[in-house]
Design a protein around this ligand. Structure first.
Ligand SMILES: NC(=O)C1=CN([C@@H]2O[C@H](COP(=O)(O)OP(=O)(O)OC[C@H]3O[C@@H](n4cnc5c(N)ncnc54)[C@H](O)[C@@H]3O)[C@@H](O)[C@H]2O)C=CC1
Ligand SMILES: O=C(CO)COP(=O)(O)O
Length: 358
């Protein structure tokens, strides 16, 4: 059978909260597609020993449940947890990256020259990097593309993982400039409960996914401080304004409709209603505990992406002397680091640059 007609192989690089939820969704969808895709999906699972001494991959493959990162949700038995990273992507035609963003560099380095040259990647990762020397911003999709020498498209949206696993309706935005890749993503993910919309953009969609985690942190601070509903709405609006202005620093001609898509306003709302970043920040404002402590107490190995992204955003804006134009991004970082009291975020809204209208 020629490689173009052989069933395409899917690999999922990651098996955390979102990784496991998307594995359930794609595992079920692939079975319905019959023949176009190899039913067996390898899901890279970083091996760990659970409290009872058992290995996580073995438990997943025996119980068909990720008992640590997405308990109580059945994973279809065509999804196999694979502890060896390179083995999990060997021969894959589609690589779905879904790990916390701080681990992407190291993971991609291990995969260098191990990927089929005709493969492409889809990133579901929310976060980006700012180079410590040059202060240049690098998206996860660019890092994957540059390190592995394959194209990379993205999917971002209001997709709280356990709701997706429970098949509660959601939508997402796919950024892809290649019709063939878009069609494969549509086949693998679009269902009546999980609807997709497509744009020939990757950068802004990905940027919005990362930035909303920082504003969700601000929403958590405001809620933890028991701010009024009007103030909490202002936090979301002014935060969204900063997200849009940040995107415009990087791409002046960005498509305005993107901000109204699931990757934009909807993801911010979902995250500020009940995401992990929101909950963690709320607890910081209520208890004055550090986010590291809160992560340890509440998340059992899951990772808050907002604080790390806040640091990257701060570094980028500081290097450009723009911190005063983005006071929420500035304060989010300082509060996460416990260098500023949470109430300052709300006080500083009174003189937000948004009110310096001519
Ligand atoms: N959980 C959610 O509801 C959603 C998450 N996302 C995004 O998806 C990405 C992945 O998030 P989750 O799957 O929720 O991860 P998670 O927050 O559950 O993180 C745990 C995962 O990180 C892995 N990990 C820990 N140390 C590692 C290391 N040194 N190298 C590689 N992996 C390591 C663990 O093995 C585990 O699989 C993040 O960027 C997140 O923002 C996007 C939409 C929804
Ligand atoms: O990105 C998410 C929902 O779309 C999840 O956000 P949290 O990581 O804050 O839970």
């Amino acid at each position: 059978m020629s490689s173009s007609t052989a069933p395409k192989k899917i690999a999922i690089v990651g098996s955390g909260n979102w990784g496991s939820a998307i594995a359930i969704h794609i595992g079920e969808k692939v079975r319905k597609l019959k023949g176009q895709y190899d039913e067996k999906i390898l899901m890279w699972c970083r091996e760990e020993t659970l409290d009872d001494g058992s290995k996580l991959t073995q438990v997943i493959n025996k119980q068909h449940e990720n008992v640590k990162y997405l308990p109580h949700e059945k994973i279809p038995d065509n999804v196999i947890a694979e502890p060896d990273l390179c083995e999990s992507v060997k021969d894959a035609d589609v690589l779905i990256f879904v790990i916390p963003h701080q681990f992407v560099k190291k993971t991609c380095d291990q995969l260098k020259n191990k990927i089929k040259s005709t493969a492409f990647a889809l990133t579901l990762i929310k976060g980006f990097y700012v180079d410590e020397q040059t202060n240049d911003l690098m998206l996860v999709s660019q890092l994957i593309k540059n390190t592995l020498n394959i194209p990379c498209v993205c999917l971002m949206g209001a997709n709280i993982a356990h709701e997706v696993a429970e098949k509660i309706f959601c939508e997402a935005t796919v950024g892809s400039r290649d019709e063939k890749h878009s069609e494969i993503v549509r086949q693998l993910i679009d269902t009546p409960e999980f609807r997709l919309r497509f744009y020939p953009d990757v950068e802004i969609i990905e940027m919005l996914g990362a930035l909303k985690n920082v504003i969700a942190v601000c929403a958590g601070f405001a809620d933890g401080l028991k701010a009024g509903f009007n103030t909490r709405a202002a936090v979301l609006r002014l935060g969204f304004r900063e997200m849009v202005n940040f995107c415009r620093l990087l791409e002046k001609e960005s498509t305005p409709e993107l901000y109204l898509e699931s990757c934009g306003i909807a993801d911010l709302i979902a995250s500020a209603l009940g995401g992990r970043n929101y909950n963690g920040a709320k607890k910081l404002a209520e208890t004055n505990k550090s986010l590291k402590e809160i992560e340890k107490e509440d998340l059992n190995g899951q990772s808050l992406q907002g604080p790390g992204t806040a640091k990257e955003v701060y570094r980028f804006l500081e290097a450009k002397n723009l911190l005063d134009k983005f006071p929420m991004f500035r304060d989010a970082y300082l509060i996460c680091e416990q260098k500023l009291e949470p109430k300052k975020l709300l006080e500083n809204l009174h003189n937000h640059p948004e009110f310096q209208q001519k």
